[in-house]
Write a protein that binds this ligand. Structure first.
Ligand SMILES: CC(C)(COP(=O)(O)OP(=O)(O)OC[C@H]1O[C@@H](n2cnc3c(N)ncnc32)[C@H](O)[C@@H]1OP(=O)(O)O)[C@@H](O)C(=O)NCCC(=O)NCCS
Length: 176
């Protein structure tokens, strides 16, 4: 890949029409083939989490920060940070959540996720956060490995509701 063409920038509400279908594609590519995820639960979650309306709401929220990765004019991934979000197992009273890190499957293993992650760390440090945390599905081994490479460690778990299925997410955190 020609790294020169990769651009990471803040996402804006004008990105919603591109970002919403990209999020659906990445989510389906990552989770639809797993027999633990029922198609109906996937459908329900996708409808509520990645609709154009919901995506616009999140992109307009002052406490939700998006970074998008583009090659030329093509969006290939994004990261979403959520301020004022925490969990019981996080000791820091004011952490920031990495609420999504999504890269298109054909760009996995090519350093895109790392660049998005570093933008998130830079943002959080600029805002004086001391802890970043995230939830990752207990069976999402690739993402767990990725987060461990970037210094995140498991501190607990929480429920992630995929439609009717109450799944277990690991909660991981990293000091900044
Ligand atoms: C999670 C994600 C952002 C990571 O980006 P990436 O480019 O795939 O990450 P990397 O290739 O740098 O790192 C993944 C690591 O997991 C390893 N890995 C791959 N498959 C694995 C598996 N089944 N089990 C364990 N480790 C695995 C890779 O070898 C790599 O480690 P290495 O660098 O030591 O070789 C990306 O895979 C993605 O967007 N996935 C789909 C959406 C998703 O799951 N997002 C996270 C939700 S919490």
């Amino acid at each position: 890949m020609n790294e020169i063409n990769l651009k990471i920038r803040r996402g804006t509400v004008g990105d919603a029409e591109t970002l919403a279908p990209l999020a659906v594609k990445i989510f389906k590519d990552a989770f639809a083939a797993n027999p633990l995820n029922k198609p109906e639960d996937m459908r329900v979650y996708i409808k509520e989490a990645f609709s154009l309306e919901q995506t616009k709401r999140e992109l307009s929220n002052a406490e939700t920060v998006f970074y998008v990765a583009e090659i030329g004019v093509e969006m290939i991934g994004y990261a979403k940070l959520q301020e004022r979000s925490t969990e019981d197992c996080i000791a820091d009273a004011s952490p920031i959540e990495l609420s999504r890190l999504y890269v298109r499957k054909d760009f996995h293993g090519r350093g895109i996720a790392e660049k998005l992650m570093n933008e998130c760390f830079d943002y959080a440090r600029r805002k004086n956060y001391r802890t970043m945390w995230l939830g990752v599905w207990e069976y999402n081994f690739r993402a767990q490995k990725f987060y461990e490479k970037f210094g995140f460690a498991r501190v607990g778990s929480h429920v992630f509701q995929l439609g009717s299925d109450a799944q277990t997410d690991w909660v991981m955190e990293r000091k900044l």
